[in-house]
Design a protein around this ligand. Sequence first.
Ligand code: ZN
Length: 270
Amino acid sequence: MPSDPPRPCPPLVDAHCHLLAEEFGGGPGPVLGEGRAAGIVRFVTAAVLPEEWEPSLALARAHSDVSCVLGVHPWYCGRTSPECLKSLPEALERGAVGVGEIGLDTVTDRTPFDLQLDFFRRQLAVAREMTLPVVLHCRKAFNETLAVLKGEGAPARGGLVHSFAGSAEVAESFMEHGFMFSLGGILTYRNSPRRAQALRRIYPDALLLETDAPDIPPVERHGLGPNTPANILYNLRAASEILEVSEEEIACKTTNNAEKLFGFRHEPAF
Ligand SMILES: [Zn+2]
């Protein structure tokens, strides 16, 4: 495995990160700077609780290359009440590019599944009504999530399954509902033929790159502190090795896909 840091290869979009995470104690300024130096032209930060909605909007207002999605993450539904979702449409209207991070997780013991389901359905309805894409956390809950999408309808603009770990067949089912997929640190564990097959099915039209910073660092950066958006270069290099496609081409395609899904544009700097 190469140990030297990969070289920047702009333009890139970090389609899923958490810039307000407490791991970035002094604020996201330094990691934004490093990310830009690595070639990131757009960061999509995801709020996980209502108290992050306003600060996320403020961050997006302060930085023209930051966008935000707002929602309640399935792990944290128990920390708030469904009442808070009444103010979600108004918050979204003030400049969010999607509803997220929302979804279902059958592994966690933090939130009873019924409560997750209630929050998920309500937030999906908001996305449908407001014609916004959704950003999904979907951990060992593919069937459950697809059943909701089938029963109640997916948002017209589809969405993103972030940190996607499913098979090519599962990817196919989500694509029928207009979904794309973002992959990050898990790409760097280059040991899964099943993942490679899924990646080949998703690429080129439905793949985005993410870091999920401060979580899921690439294997090369394990134990070296919180994950940061700049580490997206390791994920890009791994995708390039698995797909046998150049980093430049993957950067281009994934950036175009992100722009298509979230509706933002970047001005080419080169
Ligand atoms: Zn996340």
